[in-house]
Every structure is written in C-alpha cells, then in structure tokens.
Ligand binder design. Structure first.
Ligand SMILES: [Zn+2]
Ligand SMILES: [Zn+2]
Length: 271
C-alpha cells in the first residue's frame, strides 16, 4: 500500500476527478483490516459489536427494557435519545481512528453506509440531519469534519436533508478530564449556537462519529432546542461501552473517551 505523502496528496487530488477513477488505481479496502473490498470484510463485520441491548435509550446504561433509565428520567435533557450503530471497539474503533487522525476520509463512505443500515433497521426518522460541528481551528488543522463526511453519506442513503451550517461551534472547549460532571456541563454550555432560526417544529438528528458521555451532543441539542426545534436526538457511528463507575449521562462526547485508568471518568483523547 503506497504511503508516502506525495502520493497521498496526489490521491486526494484525484478525488475531485471522481471516485470511479480512484477505484481503478486504489481499490477500496476493508476499514477494519485493510484487505481489498468495498466495505467491511466478513471477518471484520462479524467482529463489530452491536450496541448493548436492552439499554437506556439516552445514556446507554444496561437496563431491563429499551427506555430511559431511572437516572435519565430524573435528569432533564434536550436530547430525546442517543442511538448508535455499534460499540466503540475493534475493528470499528480502528476505522474511526483512521478516519479522524490518519487522513482516512475515504472511509466515510463505508462507515456512513453502516450507519444508514442501522438507521433503517432502527426505523429512525428526522426532518433534518446535522453533523456536530468542529471548532474552526480543529477543522483547519484536520482539513475536514469527520462527522460531516458521515452525515453526508447517511443523508444520501436515507433520504433526509442535511444542514451543515445551522449550528456552529463558537468556541473551543477546555480540557474536561479534571472537571466534575457539573463543571463539564458548564464547560460545553454555550459552546454551540444555532444560526438558523426557522427550526420550529423540526425533528433533528445530530450526527457524530463517537458518543462517550454525550455532553457535546447535549450542548448542541440545547442550542437547537433554544432555536425552536421540536425534538432533537443523536445518532452516532459508535458508542463507548458502558463502564462501571461512570456516573451518569452527563457531559462530553466527540473527543473524549472513558478510560478504566481514570476510574471511568471521561478523559480527552490525545489528538
Ligand atoms: Zn476486514
Ligand atoms: Zn440513562
């Protein structure tokens, strides 16, 4: 597999010329193991873990039925639910890592297609699909928003319009690791703003690659609800596995993860 920077840049140039051309020179590969194929190979497909079931429809805590857990029932939220296509674990975890950090934007198609299958299986509906925005500085650094790439594929596949500009990340958030749950909520509070004002009555599906504790999704949802959205829920490619010690449906998604070493507290990923 060619790997030098020049060739990769050349490859990205070719994207503009059409993916059909790319397929001839660079056949699509399994996002999990790299073997040639249009999507996850059978072996990787079999290893992807479906979401825990039954579980709380918002925080993912294992429950006896698909409904809000007692904690979530007591905790007001702008999100009706958080659904995911799989557990954040190998091989999906590796594919998401490549998508975000190894310039793997070509993985958005098979990963977005996977989300579309889960969406249809779940019988989900929305008036609008909205990717969680990156802060402008992060977007400039990475060159693309992985959530937007996934949301575009999903939007095309399920026939729900996408809006990539209605919500903006108006400030970068602080490192959350050392903050308590309440402080984390404060940290991402007002980090997002809705620019569209005609959201009244809309059922909006927020899209992201990974949900950890859900606070970024919650902050986005609050901005959308404040702009008049009738309902907001979130759909992510993957979701962190529930870990004992994790104290509830509070703050943080996106670039945070749960670490056993931190006692189940959400900590920020290095990149
Ligand atoms: Zn594979
Ligand atoms: Zn819950």
């Amino acid at each position: 597999m060619p790997n030098d920077t020049g060739l990769r840049n050349w490859r990205h140039g070719l994207f503009a010329a059409g993916e059909a051309v790319l397929d001839v020179f660079f056949p699509p590969r399994c996002p999990g193991c790299g073997r040639v194929g249009s999507t996850f190979c059978d072996r990787c497909q079999a290893r992807i873990e479906p979401p825990t079931a039954p579980a709380c429809i918002r925080c993912g805590h294992p429950t006896v039925a698909e409904q809000l857990c007692p904690t979530c029932r007591e905790t007001p939220s702008a999100l009706d639910r958080i659904a995911s296509s799989a557990i954040f674990a190998h091989p999906l975890r590796d594919a998401i890592h490549d998508l975000k950090y190894n310039d793997g934007r070509n993985l958005a198609r098979p990963l977005g297609a996977r989300m579309a299958v889960s969406w249809q299986q779940g019988g989900f509906t929305a008036d609008l699909i909205m990717p969680v925005p990156l802060h402008a500085a992060r977007l400039a650094e990475r060159g693309y928003n992985q959530a937007a790439l996934l949301a575009r594929v999903l939007s095309q596949s399920v026939g729900v319009p996408i809006d990539e500009t209605a919500i903006v990340r108006q400030r970068a958030t602080l490192q959350q690791a050392k903050l308590k749950a309440v402080e984390r909520r404060e940290n991402v509070k007002d980090a997002f703003a809705a620019r569209r004002t005609d959201l009244t009555g809309k059922n909006i599906a927020l899209i992201d690659d990974v949900c950890t504790t859900g606070s970024t999704l919650e902050a986005c949802a609050q901005a959308l609800r404040a702009a008049g959205a009738a309902s907001v829920w979130a759909f992510t490619l993957a979701r962190a596995r529930w870990e004992p010690g994790y104290a509830g449906p509070a703050p943080d998604a996106d670039d945070f993860r749960l670490s056993p070493a931190s006692g189940g507290v959400a900590v920020r990923e290095s990149a």
